[in-house]
Design a protein around this ligand. Structure first.
Ligand code: FUC
Length: 823
């Protein structure tokens, strides 16, 4: 290996990324990674840091770069980038940046640049309890009618008396736009617009009249600001005007200082107030401020810093002062110049993003702009461009980092990015698949901290959901139905398909999964009361099915399929998962023995999954499934994925789940394609999983690789990301009778189209990080790093090995799963 022999691949890649950035004017996009030793899997340090500072490491990298530049590979850079040869025409062509709270869509216009931005607490409405007065009074009658088979009457009563007030929840809002106008005309050459996933920087470059222009934009999490930097390769060439406005009618922009513009407004009377401030720093030239506009003339460079805030404090309090928030954010970075802002951003972002690499091979298609690659695979299929599959996977990880960081709101239906006052489904959190799907990649794809906002929301829902449990069901505990918004609405909304009481049970599954992946007992101690309270709701509200004696939910709905009903399969799968997690937690934490005994008694009575007359896993209590029903929701398959109750060890149920999965066929909406990917991976069929991924890319993906439900909806990006990881690594099973011994399955569903490749840094339950390399469809090498010191069984292609790695140990395995080294 070149340079310092103790350097690892990740460190080398980190150096290259940093150096490429520092030397941005050179195009070192094509590097012989072989020279870096990237064909080995000798990864020393999980989650290795990439220092933003140049010194020692860069000398090594410089040497490597020099040699690498001499021997260029034919394929496009390993560095994952989306890039285009023309500006965005539509919002859905623009490129997203985000720091979890602030997001922006960058159009890359030449003479007119638009940067549309969001802040994740700007919503319609105000603190509100959505429970309809007297809703609880109808519960007994709705149940009676359902039990008597009078579904129509039960539905009519539920529709008028049981749904929320108002019937719809509130919508996520756009915040504002920056408009930059650059005087000039003429023919532009060498135009390029890109989003570099290694740096989270969107860059626009072009030449005009012999001058090379460059605009870079990123959203910094540590500095809570969006930063735009404009440069040219000749002095005095930067002239433009800058305006800021908002689609909200009650809003205005004014200059508040010679270098500051501020936009203030209110969404609606009594609603959220908002403010955003832009500070402009120019090197050379002049700045004039006229009313609501800056004019910059003949500067050498310019840096624009945008901060934004609303009056949202929490879901029950909107008395915050957005002006104060903005002022504090600007003050905190007042002394930082552009290189300092950039270094802080890169150090923060790359530490998270750089934990996972994926190489599925390259074809010539990788040299094309992203939109052309997407067009090409419409006819040729994703198997002709495996690097696009890897790019889409890494884009999913990028989007989660950009839309979900601790302290912010969880990624909503559009993540963080929304330009519409009336976005589809209010761009809120739909809990009967979509919000959960957003978080599927979090643990497995080494982005564990991105779950923070989801867990904060669950804490809120346990509060607002306790009100709904009490008023609407007369029950202890908490409940949330199929949607929630900024005001943490928990009552059933929209129509009778909103009467689905297991949203909270599904959310709690993420708490438990977080523990399984991290082993964090402090976290579990915090999560336990929330899981316990969610369990209490079902202990109080499940009813006895007179025919079988099982405990079932009533009223409920199998997500968006059939009608109002008693006991859909998914409900019981979710409730069993919740109760099992609560029981396991109480044991791990050594707490609540008496409650655990009561819960265990209830758990034993919850309706089991059933196999119907066609050999299918039933969707409902009755055996009424219609063969080949290919509904977009895969609800009764929760227990196969993301749940873990149905495994190959449960032979009959596994076979029945496989029948239902086959019936469901191909996806339709983006997220429905995406859900099918990990499901097919869980039954070990990589080719069919890839077929779903292919469908998603061919039919439900925009030029900027955003997922489409019908309109843009981000869940499919995340579901596919998790699905690809699930094709390469699974850890949902434990050894029989040994719940502390994880089975780590390598390449459980590798498609034929990806014969050669490698992945590093995926996570397995039990506290492991895993690297895998394969050739000709067969494992060549794997590395298991243990973070917690748990035992595990590593399986691949019918072979297995039991490992007892100590905490911090790194075990390298060969193609036969024999141990090569232990460190
Ligand atoms: C679920 C889906 C719809 C859509 C909506 C936001 O209700 O069934 O297709 O994705 O969420």
């Amino acid at each position: 290996m070149l340079g310092n022999p103790s350097n690892t691949i990740k460190e080398n890649l980190g150096q290259i990324r940093m150096l490429r950035h520092w030397l941005g004017k050179y195009h070192f996009s094509q590097i012989n990674w072989h020279l870096l030793g990237a064909n080995s899997l000798d990864v020393k340090r999980p989650g290795g840091d990439y220092s933003p500072i140049m010194p020692r490491n860069c000398l090594t990298a410089l040497a490597v770069l020099f040699l690498g530049a001499v021997q260029l590979l034919a394929a496009e850079s390993v560095s994952p980038k989306l890039w285009y040869q023309q500006p965005a025409e539509k919002w859905t062509d623009a490129l997203p940046v985000g720091n979890g709270r602030l997001g922006a869509m960058v159009f890359g216009g030449i003479f007119d640049e638009r940067i549309q931005f969001n802040e994740d607490t700007l919503w319609k409405g105000s603190p509100h309890d959505y429970v309809r007065a007297g809703a609880g009074d109808s519960l007994a009658e709705i149940r009676r009618l359902l039990a008597a088979g009078q579904t129509k009457e039960a539905s009519a009563l539920a529709r008028t008396n049981f749904l929320s007030d108002p019937i719809r929840q509130k919508a996520y809002q756009p915040f504002g736009d920056l408009h930059l106008h650059f005087p000039g005309q003429g023919e532009v050459t060498d135009y390029r617009r890109e989003l570099d996933l290694d740096t989270a920087i969107a860059t626009t470059t072009f030449q005009l009249d012999g001058v090379k222009y460059k605009r870079e934009i990123f959203a910094s999490y540590p500095d809570q600001a969006i930063v735009l930097h404009i440069t040219a390769d000749k002095p005095g060439q930067i002239s433009f005007t800058l305006k800021m406005d908002s689609p909200h009618t009650n809003s205005q922009t004014a200059a508040t200082a010679p270098d500051c513009l501020s936009l203030t407004g209110q969404v609606e009377t009594g609603g959220l107030k908002f403010e955003s401030c832009v500070r402009l720093v120019a090197e050379g030239g002049t700045i004039t401020t006229t009313g609501n506009m800056f004019a910059i003339d003949k500067a050498n460079s310019a840096t624009i810093i945008l901060v934004a805030a609303t009056s949202f404090k929490n879901f029950q309090d909107i008395s915050a002062d957005p002006a104060k928030h903005c002022a504090a954010d600007l003050k905190a970075i007042a002394k930082k110049d552009y290189p300092a802002l950039l270094a802080t951003h890169l150090a923060d972002y790359q530490k998270i993003f750089g934990r996972v690499s994926l190489d599925l091979g390259h074809t010539d298609a990788a040299n094309l702009p992203t939109d052309e690659r997407l067009k090409k695979i419409h006819t040729a299929g994703i198997e002709t461009d495996p690097a696009l599959a890897a790019l889409h996977f890494q884009y999913g990880r990028y989007l989660l980092i950009a839309s979900s960081r601790p302290g912010g709101q969880p990624a909503n239906l559009q993540g963080l990015w929304n330009e519409e006052l009336n976005p589809p489904w209010e761009s809120k959190w739909t809990l009967n698949i979509n919000c959960e799907m957003n978080y599927w990649p979090a643990e497995l794809c080494n982005l564990s901290e991105c779950t923070g906002p989801l867990f904060d929301m669950i804490d809120d829902l346990a509060v607002s959901g306790a009100r709904t449990a009490k008023k609407q069901y007369g029950a202890h505990g908490w409940v949330v139905h199929h949607n929630t918004d900024l005001w943490r609405g928990t009552a059933p909304i929209n129509n009778i398909d909103g009467i689905w009481p297991t949203g909270g049970a599904w959310l709690c599954y993420h708490l438990w999964e977080h523990y399984l992946f991290t082993g964090d007992k402090k976290f579990l101690a915090h999560a336990y009361p929330v899981m316990k309270s969610a369990s209490q709701f079902f202990m109080d509200t499940m009813v006895k099915d007179p025919k079988t004696g099982w405990l079932v939910t009533s009223p409920s709905f199998s997500p968006e399929e059939g009608g109002l009903c008693i006991g859909p399969t998914m409900d019981h799968q979710l409730i069993r998962a919740l109760m099992d997690a609560t029981l396991a937690s109480s044991e791990i934490l050594g707490t609540d023995k008496k409650f655990a005994a009561q819960l265990a008694a209830v758990r034993r009575q919850v309706a089991p999954d059933q196999i119907g007359k066609h050999g299918q896993l039933q969707e409902w209590l009755e055996d009424v499934d219609v063969p080949n029903n290919n509904h977009r929701h895969m609800s009764p398959l929760f227990a196969l994925y993301p749940g873990a109750e149905i495994t190959p060890a449960k032979t009959n149920l596994f076979a029945a789940a496989r029948v239902l999965l086959g019936w469901r066929g191909d996806g339709s909406t983006g997220w429905s394609y995406a859900w099918r990917i990990p499901l097919w991976a869980r039954v070990g069929d990589g080719d069919f999983a890839l077929r779903q991924f292919n469908g998603l890319l061919q039919k439900r993906t925009l030029p900027n690789l955003f997922d489409l439900c019908g309109p843009f909806q981000i869940d499919g990006n995340f579901g596919a990301c998790a699905g690809v990881a699930e094709m390469l690594l699974q850890s949902q099973q434990t050894e029989a009778g040994r719940p502390d011994t994880r089975i780590i399955e390598l390449l459980p569903a590798l498609p034929k189209a990806w014969p050669d490749g490698s992945v590093t840094g995926l996570c397995a339950r039990g506290g492991f990080e895993v690297d895998i390399a394969w050739q000709d469809g067969k494992l060549t090498r794997a590395v298991i790093r243990s973070k917690l010191g748990n035992p595990c069984i590593v399986r691949c292609a019918g072979k297995e090995i039991a490992l007892y790695p100590g905490k911090g140990a790194r075990v390298a395995l060969d193609s036969q799963l024999s141990v090569v080294s232990i460190r």
